[in-house]
Ligand binder design. Structure first.
Ligand code: PLP
Length: 389
């Protein structure tokens, strides 16, 4: 932990908690995305019909009916899971990174990931003194030649961490060709893959791309899913599927961390998936976010792009990655934005080496209201006009 230090970016993010500031920096679901009526109904039913199951200790692997529901769901919907795999419930996808790092990484083992990548995962890997090495993200995912070069250069590479759908923070989705190449490279270099997919159900345009786990014949992929973005992050329920032998060790690890995931939350997730129209719920979320994503992109086109900032169009997820023009000082820009009461996340927060030059920042469109989003993006445009030309 001595190596983990707070940094300048935190100062910018701190301003997001000021009620007068428009925060485009979070990654939270929209407040009206939660299925509140259903959750109220299920909660009442849980306490009436199965209070002891909900209140008693459970097993570390998770609530058996939810595990079965998820196994069937993943197999039928995504072709994920074989007889050699096991699925367990975790307390949010964040726990998958921690369990996998604790189980499979020794100090100074190398872990390859997209650069930029999800800072929560990077910090977990760092807390085990593993060395994250970033690979450039292109519009169709990691640069595979660079990944191969880095694998060749790092004989102690153990894991490849990827967020293949609507990546946090870049919004990029990895093409099928690259998923296959990544799998072959991992096999050849004796690496495990963590496929982190919390946003996969939030596709607004285009067709789903098969999961890497769906062609994992050798049992090297640890697949991670979460209910955080599709039910609620507060319930802390996620899941992971991996080869049985690997999972046996990871279960021991989970036991030491929190014994098991909250029973009430697991039952709730299972009831929502089996006794309600879960697909209709997902469709409602997609409709809500398709509108917000479209609003965000049209506001950027109108107010920001004319002043020299570019952005990557997205097909799903909750984030948009923006690039300042060459020569611009991104941190100074983000700080000046907080003075205008708008908070975005400076891009270097997501890099394996935060000292590396970075001209990007991340915007989230799911949490702010449409009015806040509009006001926030207009302010970004005004600052760009005033400072970049
Ligand atoms: C890519 C990615 N993985 C994992 C997580 C953690 O999610 P959970 O709430 O399931 O722990 C997040 C949360 O934002 C994320 O963006």
């Amino acid at each position: 932990m001595l190596a983990l230090k707070p940094n300048a970016i935190r100062e910018i993010l701190k301003s997001a908690s000021d009620p007068g500031v428009i925060s485009l920096s979070a990654g939270n679901p929209a407040p009206d995305a939660f299925p509140i009526a259903e959750i109220r109904e299920i909660s009442e039913r849980i306490l009436r019909e199965m209070p002891v199951t909900a209140l008693q200790y459970g097993v570390s692997e998770g609530y058996a009916p939810l595990r079965e529901t998820l196994k069937t769901y993943l197999r039928q919907k995504h072709g994920i899971g074989t007889d050699d795999d096991e699925l367990i419930i975790v307390s949010g996808a964040q726990q998958v990174m921690d369990i996998a790092a604790k189980t499979f990484l020794n100090e100074h083992d190398v872990l390859l990931c997209e650069a930029p990548s999800f800072v929560g995962a990077l910090n977990t890997f760092r807390s085990y003194n593993a060395d994250p090495v970033g690979v450039t993200v292109e519009p169709d995912g990691m640069n595979m030649d660079e990944l191969e070069e880095k694998l060749n250069a790092c004989p102690n590479a153990k894991l490849i961490y990827t967020i293949p759908n609507f990546q946090n923070p870049s919004g990029v989705t990895m093409s099928l060709e690259k998923r296959k190449r990544l799998y072959e490279l991992a096999l050849r270099h004796d690496c495990l893959i963590i496929e982190d997919n919390p946003y996969g159900d939030l596709r607004y345009y285009g067709e789903d791309v098969p999961a890497i786990k769906s062609f994992d014949t050798e049992g090297i992929v640890i697949y991670s899913g979460s209910f955080s973005k599709v039910i609620s992050p507060g319930i802390r329920v996620g899941f992971m599927t991996a080869n049985k032998a690997a999972m046996a060790k990871m279960i021991i690890c989970k036991q030491g961390q929190d014994v098991h995931t909250t029973m009430w939350s697991q039952i709730l997730a299972n009831e929502l998936m089996t006794k309600y129209d879960y697909e209709a719920h997902l469709a409602r979320l997609r409709a809500l976010y398709t509108e917000k994503a479209a609003l965000c992109m049209s506001l950027l086109d109108e107010h920001v792009v004319p002043h020299g900032i570019t952005y990557h169009k997205i097909d799903g997820g909750l984030f948009i990655w923006c690039d300042l023009p060459e020569g611009a000082d991104m941190l100074a820009f983000c700080k000046a934005l907080t003075e205008r009461k708008v908070c975005v996340v400076p891009g270097n927060a997501f890099l394996t080496d935060s000292a590396q030059e970075c001209r990007s920042f991340r915007i989230n469109f799911s949490t702010p209201t449409d009015e806040q989003l509009t006001q926030g993006i207009i302010e970004i445009g005004k600052l760009a006009k005033a400072s970049l030309w």
